[in-house]
Design a protein around this ligand. Structure first.
Ligand code: 6PG
Length: 229
């Protein structure tokens, strides 16, 4: 379904250019662009590159598709990553930044609060994102929908806390119904470590409990040669 990029830098450039194009077009048409961000190392460079571009910053709303259950100033925080790479460098109205309100002791409460935030912004039965950015882990998780976790079965909620036994920790994550509502879903997958998972996602027998990324129907794939093997 895609042409792999020869290397990660080219891929990051392509994601950055495509993001700018889509954001500009969407703002011209609808006056607003609403994007759900992913964590991970590949998008971090994209966020840095976006900070060098001219964009209608006051019209772009930033949401997070997943978050770790740590304070916003923690090294593992996805909010902190995006803040450092992008949000702190450009003039974005604070009301356009919709971080997950992490509550380390009560993740269920924080997830419920973020659900309300999303429902205030999207009035339909599903959040119709202009863009959802997703990565994939080498275990085929996406967002924080990890293999064999309860969150995979969520049908009603848009955003939940999800217990991940292998980390002995909660993660926060968008659910499948919320992801599936996006107008654009870009799957960004780089590096050799993803080869096996990517093979399963593209060609393996369907087993989404084990390979949660199989359920994602991206509108665009950004995959590098290393991930393809
Ligand atoms: C996170 C994510 C996660 C990520 C993948 C891939 O916060 O961990 O959003 O789903 O996208 O783990 O991460 P890399 O791009 O770093 O390989």
């Amino acid at each position: 379904p895609f042409e792999p990029f020869a290397d990660t830098a080219l891929l990051q450039q392509a994601v950055t250019d495509s993001f700018c194009q889509l954001a500009e077009q969407t703002v011209a048409k609808n006056g607003v662009f609403r994007v759900s961000l992913s964590g991970g190392s590949t998008p971090r460079r994209v966020y840095e590159m976006l900070s060098q571009r001219e964009l209608p910053w006051d019209r772009i709303h930033w949401f997070w598709g997943d978050e770790r259950n740590v304070p916003h100033d923690h090294d593992d925080s996805n909010f902190r990553m995006v803040h450092t790479a992008l949000l702190s460098k450009v003039d974005i109205p604070p009301q356009n930044i919709h971080a997950v309100p992490v509550d380390v002791e009560s993740p269920a409460k924080a997830a419920e609060q973020y659900e309300q935030t999303l429902r205030q912004h999207f009035h339909g039965p599903v959040p119709d994102w202009d863009l959802v950015l997703l990565g994939m882990g080498d275990d085929a998780h996406t967002a924080s929908l990890f293999p064999d976790t309860l969150g995979l079965g969520e049908q009603k909620r848009w955003f939940i806390e999800n217990w991940v036994p292998k980390f002995d920790a909660f993660r926060y994550t968008m659910t499948y119904p919320a992801i599936e509502s996006a107008r654009n879903t870009w799957f960004i997958i780089t590096g050799e470590a993803k080869q096996d998972a990517l093979k399963q996602v593209l060609f393996g027998a369907e087993d989404p409990a084990r390979y949660p990324s199989q359920r994602i129907r991206p509108t665009r794939w950004f995959v590098d040669a290393a991930a393809c093997g």
